[in-house]
Design a protein around this ligand. Structure first.
Ligand SMILES: Cc1ncc(COP(=O)(O)O)c(C=O)c1O
Length: 346
């Protein structure tokens, strides 16, 4: 029986076209700048984001870290959300590796940071304070229901940053999900950030890789910082090839994942003992809660696994389900049936 794995869109496997592209990739030594497939992917990524240049790195975590290291020096400060991936789940890399100080402010439920909170977090010119250098946004926002931050909101943050002499980094791990949900081109969001990181290995289903995009000068610095982290790769066209296929073939189909997430949320809303806010679901991420005393979270997960359905636990009674390539509308119906059965039998 097929496992319906809804834990994350990172569990996606490469498409047959990606495997073919990997097999046929033209290769060279990328540290010498001689891997033609990687060069092509980087050029494509820069064009897609409307930036001068791009750099492939191994992961979203490395992409964000390389960007922070390229914007900030030791002792400088980054303003970011308290539910941002960079703050919660990247092993404190900016301080561990870069000596950069994270200054968190509350993420609103829709993933935004209030402009007045950003303004209030910017340090004055005082020798006691770290120097504020960077504002980080996340779009779509993983821990905030996969919400898409609007172009207007990003523009407002960019204006504030410009007025205060700060830079903006966008963790756009799922920027294509945001673009599809908002019905805009990714460039319309990317133009409001000095640097953009996006992932190939989430909704776009490539096996490995993320891209850092920005000005030529910024990407040259990012390339140096990637080397510092040991992230210079040799014949990495082997992974870039799948990335090219991802950009060519996998961005438009994200609407399917969004429709499946909505189907899932609407279905969960009708199951007694589970609670969800379907109106919050804009993209491919659904958060829901176990609202019944009859079943522990562990027993709930175990019963789902017995029915070949996986979701991830992200709080005492909070779970996340993510739709992705390889999950069909029929799989969603099967997952809902498993959830219904679990709750009916509890
Ligand atoms: C918003 C966001 N940023 C960054 C990352 C990190 O990506 P990676 O797992 O490739 O390091 C993730 C991973 O899920 C994410 O959701």
């Amino acid at each position: 029986m097929k496992t319906i794995d809804l834990r994350s869109d990172t569990v996606t496997l490469p498409s047959p076209a990606m495997r073919e592209a990997i097999f046929n990739a033209e290769l060279g030594d990328d540290v010498f700048g001689e891997d033609p497939t990687t060069n092509r992917l980087e050029q494509m990524a820069a064009e897609r984001m409307g930036k001068e240049a791009a750099l492939m790195v191994v992961s979203g975590t490395m992409a964000n870290l390389v960007c922070v290291l390229s914007h900030c020096r030791r002792g400088e400060e980054v303003i970011l959300g308290d539910r941002s991936h960079t703050f919660l789940y990247e092993a404190g890399g900016m301080s561990a590796v870069g000596g950069v100080h994270p200054h968190t402010i509350p993420n609103q439920p829709d993933g935004t940071l209030r402009l007045e909170d950003i303004e209030a977090a910017i340090r004055g010119n005082n020798l006691h304070f770290p120097r504020t250098r960077l504002i980080c946004l996340e779009n779509t926002h993983n821990r905030c229901y996969g919400s898409a931050l609007t172009v207007e909101y990003m523009e407002a943050v960019a204006e504030l940053a410009k007025k205060r002499g700060l830079r903006v980094h966008l963790d756009g791990a799922r920027i294509f999900n945001a673009a599809v949900a908002l019905g805009v081109d990714v460039k319309e969001m990317a133009c409001h950030a000095d640097s953009v990181a996006f992932c190939l290995s989430k909704g776009l289903s490539a096996p490995v890789g993320s891209l850092v995009c920005g000005s030529g000068e910024f990407v040259a610095e990012a390339r140096r910082n990637r080397k510092v982290l040991g992230g210079g790769m040799r014949q990495c066209g082997i992974i870039a090839a799948a990335g090219i296929t991802a950009l060519e073939q996998m961005t438009k189909r994200l609407t399917e994942d969004h429709a499946n997430a909505r189907r899932l949320a609407d279905g969960i809303a009708d199951i007694q003992g589970l609670s969800v806010e379907p109106e919050r679901v804009q993209t491919n991420i659904v958060y829901f809660d176990l609202a019944s005393e009859k079943l522990t979270a562990e027993a709930f997960l175990k019963r789902l696994i017995e029915q070949s359905v996986k979701v991830i636990q992200l709080g005492p009674a909070r779970f996340r389900a993510v739709t992705h390539y390889g999950i069909s509308a029929e799989d969603i119906e099967l997952a809902l049936a498993a959830l219904r059965k679990t709750m009916d039998e509890s």
